[in-house]
Design a protein around this ligand. Structure first.
Ligand SMILES: Cc1cc2nc3c(=O)[nH]c(=O)nc-3n(C[C@H](O)[C@H](O)[C@H](O)COP(=O)(O)O)c2cc1C
Length: 332
C-alpha cells in the first residue's frame, strides 16, 4: 500500500444532516432495538435507519383502542399476531427517543405506509420524540389490471405530500425497482418535498418448494450480484439539486460503496452483509474505502462522488444491448 500524507475525510452531509461517513445501517432487525442501534453506532455507522413501524401495526393498535378490548385478551393478541405485529407503536416511539439520546449520528425513523390513514399521526409523533429524519417505506405491488401505472404513482406522490405537510424533518422515500419511468416519478417526488431517495428496497421473497408442493420463504439476504442493476439507476437519478440518493441492495463491501458513490449516490445502506458478517464489517468497509481514496489521491468523498453519473456519461448509460454476440467458444 502507498504511504500518503493525505488525511482522509469521510464526512458528508446527507439530507442536510452531518454524518461522519456515508455508511448507513438499513432498516431491519439490526435496528429494531436500542441495543441494536447502540451496537451499530459503536461499530462506526454514519447513520441508522430504524426497523419500520408497519402501517398494519398502527391500524391494529387503533382498532384495539376503538373496540376497547384489553391488550392481554388472548383473541385480540392472536389477531394482532396474525397481522404481523413486530413493534407496538408506543414501543416504537420509545425506540426512536432512546436511540436519538444515545447516538451521535442521525437516527432515521422508518414508517411503512400504503394508505393515507393511520400513519401520518405517527410521523408527527416520531418527529416530536426527536427523529432526525423519516424514511417512508412504501411497497407498491401492481396486481390489479384495472389500475394504471399513473394511478400507482399518484398514490405515492400523495403519500409524500401528506408526509411533507405533517413533518418538518427531512423525508426519505424508499421504493422498489418496478417503476417504468423512474426519472419522471423522482422529479414528482422531489417537487412533493422529498429530501432523499433510497434505491431500492428488496422486498420479502417467497419461493415454491417443489418436493413438498407448497410455498416457502425465499432468500431473505441479498447477494453482491444484485448490486449491479442498481448502479445504472443511481447514476441516472443522481442529481446535484439537493435531492440525495442512498444506495440499497447488494452493497456487500468497499467496492460497491465506491462504485455507488462514483455513480452519484450520497450514502449507502448496509443490511445483508451485516447479518452475514456482523457489525464489525462496517469498520472493514470503511477501511477499504479509505485505502482506495488514498491510493487514488482523493481526500474527501466529494472529490470523486458522481464522476460516473449519467449526466457526465450518458452514452455509456444508454447502452443496453450487447452489440456483438458473446462467443462462448472463444477458447476452442
Ligand atoms: C431481516 C430483514 C428485515 C428487513 N426489514 C425492513 C424494514 O422493516 N423496513 C425496510 O424498509 N426494509 C427492511 N429490510 C430491507 C433492508 O433494509 C434492505 O433494503 C434490503 O435488505 C436490501 O439491502 P441489502 O442488500 O444490503 O440487504 C429488511 C431486510 C431484512 C433482510
Amino acid at each position: 500500500m502507498r504511504v500518503s500524507s493525505i488525511v482522509m475525510d469521510l464526512s458528508i452531509r446527507f439530507m442536510g444532516l452531518p454524518m461522519p461517513n456515508p455508511l448507513v445501517v438499513s432498516s431491519s432487525g439490526l435496528s429494531a432495538s436500542v441495543e441494536g442501534v447502540k451496537s451499530a453506532v459503536e461499530a462506526g455507522a454514519g447513520a441508522v435507519v430504524l426497523k419500520s413501524l408497519f402501517e398494519e401495526d398502527i391500524a391494529a393498535a387503533v382498532e384495539r383502542e376503538r373496540i376497547g378490548i384489553n391488550e392481554s385478551h388472548p383473541e385480540v393478541e392472536s389477531y394482532l399476531q396474525k397481522m404481523g405485529m413486530i413493534l407496538e407503536p408506543e414501543e416504537y416511539l420509545s425506540l426512536v427517543e432512546k436511540s436519538v439520546q444515545l447516538a451521535d449520528v442521525p437516527i432515521i425513523a422508518s414508517l411503512n405506509c400504503y394508505s393515507a390513514n393511520w400513519w401520518s399521526d405517527y410521523a408527527r409523533r416520531m418527529e416530536k420524540v426527536g427523529a432526525n429524519a423519516i424514511e417512508l417505506n412504501v411497497a407498491q405491488l401492481a396486481t390489479d389490471p384495472k389500475k394504471e401505472a399513473a394511478q400507482l404513482e399518484d398514490d405515492l406522490v400523495a403519500l409524500v405530500e401528506l408526509a411533507r405537510r405533517v413533518v418538518k424533518i427531512p423525508i426519505a422515500v424508499k421504493i422498489g425497482q418496478n417503476y417504468s419511468a423512474l426519472p419522471h416519478l423522482v422529479a414528482r417526488l422531489h417537487r412533493a418535498g422529498v429530501d432523499s431517495l433510497t434505491l431500492f428496497n428488496r422486498y420479502y421473497r417467497f419461493d415454491i418448494d417443489i418436493e413438498r408442493i407448497g410455498f416457502k420463504p425465499g432468500n431473505s439476504l441479498s447477494t453482491r450480484e444484485e448490486f449491479n442493476p442498481l448502479l445504472r439507476w443511481i447514476g441516472i437519478i443522481s442529481s446535484p439539486d439537493n435531492l440525495d440518493i442512498a444506495a440499497s441492495t447488494g452493497v456487500h463491501g468497499a467496492p460497491e460503496v465506491i462504485k455507488a458513490l462514483l455513480a452519484g449516490a450520497d450514502a449507502v445502506q448496509l443490511c445483508s452483509i451485516l447479518y452475514r458478517k456482523g457489525l464489525n464489517e462496517i469498520a472493514a468497509i470503511k477501511e477499504g474505502l479509505e485505502t482506495w481514496m488514498e491510493e487514488h489521491d482523493y481526500s474527501t468523498i466529494s472529490d470523486f462522488q458522481g464522476l460516473f453519473s449519467f449526466k457526465k456519461n450518458a452514452a455509456y448509460y444508454q447502452r443496453l444491448q450487447y452489440v456483438k454476440s458473446i462467443n462462448l467458444n472463444r477458447s476452442s
